[in-house]
Design a protein around this ligand. Structure first.
Ligand code: BDR
Ligand code: CA
Length: 323
């Protein structure tokens, strides 16, 4: 059965790949793409989402810009990982689609409220939009099918020794999302660090030789160089598509029930996700937490989705995505 998702993102290379996966896999249908400040300021994450949509010929999915800053802290971005444009490694055309006028928070609320039990929210950036939406309309916690987010970790972070980027940027928002009462799945670094693009993966993507696959290969090569320089890793981890993969084929990301608390203090553990699988004190679980990745199945799904993505249509400048 096809799962309708709202993809809340901050593109970013791996966000771009998550959009392409969601578009190209038949198990998932994109109801909306919403953008948030994270890897880059909001203006750039929104422009990048529109660029990716234009490249992939995504014309019928509303793209809505959301929050420009975290709930209670200054914005922290990641240009050292994603480059100054946020999507370096490919020469992007001017987008052929525009964002809708509505705010992302209202798009999320309207879509979830009008389709009870149907919409899966897939946040792959800081959780600001999702927290704002559930604060503004708490009933979405009962109306959404589930939330499957990329973020967090229980074995060490990527911004600090303990914290993962999406949670670290807006920990207050993350805490609200884990506490809202809806089914939450956390696809954290334990999962996404297994989605490393090896040379064999590069070759499979290059062999597709479509405009979309060539763009992905270019972005991955840039991302690989950044990872080599910043953390000495040769095979870049493709974080965000793992959350989409969990929705498309849950068996690819095994999960265990846990209680997740977000550290809100300003000390060295700020933004950490404290994941308690054992809950010896009897506390209630509030999330399913990803513990691994079926690596071959993941790459088959991802590369298959690129093959399915139709080539770039001729640009229709000025066309706007319907709301
Ligand atoms: C997360 O941080 C961002 O830089 C990536 O896009 C991903 O969502 C990984 O920690
Ligand atoms: Ca992201």
């Amino acid at each position: 059965m096809t799962r309708r998702i709202i993809l809340d993102c901050d593109p970013g290379h791996d966000d771009a790949m998550a959009i392409l996966l969601a578009h190209g896999t038949p198990e998932v249908s994109l109801a909306a793409i919403t953008t948030v400040a994270g890897n880059h300021p909001l203006e750039l994450t929104t422009l990048n989402a529109l660029r990716v949509c234009s490249l992939a010929g995504i014309r019928d999915v509303p793209v809505a810009a959301g929050c420009a800053a975290p709930l209670a802290r200054p914005l922290l971005t990641a240009p050292e990982i994603h480059g100054t444009t946020g999507l370096e490694g490919h020469d992007w055309d001017e987008p052929a689609v525009r964002a809708v006028a509505e705010h992302a928070v209202d798009v999320i609320i309207e879509m979830v409220m009008s389709a009870p039990g149907e919409i899966t929210i897939v946040p792959i950036g800081p959780l600001t939009n999702i927290a704002m939406a559930v604060r503004k309309e708490p009933r979405i916690a009962w109306r959404a099918r589930e939330v499957v987010l990329m973020g967090g970790s229980y074995t060490g972070g990527n911004v600090t020794p303990g914290a993962e980027f999406n949670i670290y940027v807006d920990p207050e928002a993350a805490a609200m999302v884990f506490e809202a009462g809806w089914p939450v799945t956390m696809v954290g670094l334990e999962v996404t660090r297994m989605a490393n693009a090896s040379e064999a993966v590069f070759e499979r993507i290059a062999a597709l030789n479509t405009p979309v696959a060539n763009a992905v290969e270019g972005m991955l090569r840039f991302y690989q160089r950044q990872q080599q320089t910043s953390v000495g890793v040769n095979e870049p981890p493709v974080h965000d598509p793992c959350a989409v993969a969990r929705v498309a084929n849950p068996g690819l990301v095994p999960c265990r029930e846990a209680r997740v608390e977000v550290e809100l203090g300003d000390g060295p553990t700020k933004g950490m996700t404290l994941v308690d699988f054992r809950r010896r004190d009897g506390t209630q679980a509030n999330a399913m937490v990803g513990t691994g990745l079926e690596v071959e199945g993941f790459w088959d799904l991802f590369i298959g989705s690129l093959g399915a993505t139709p080539p770039t249509p001729a640009p229709a400048r000025g066309a706007s995505a319907p709301g």
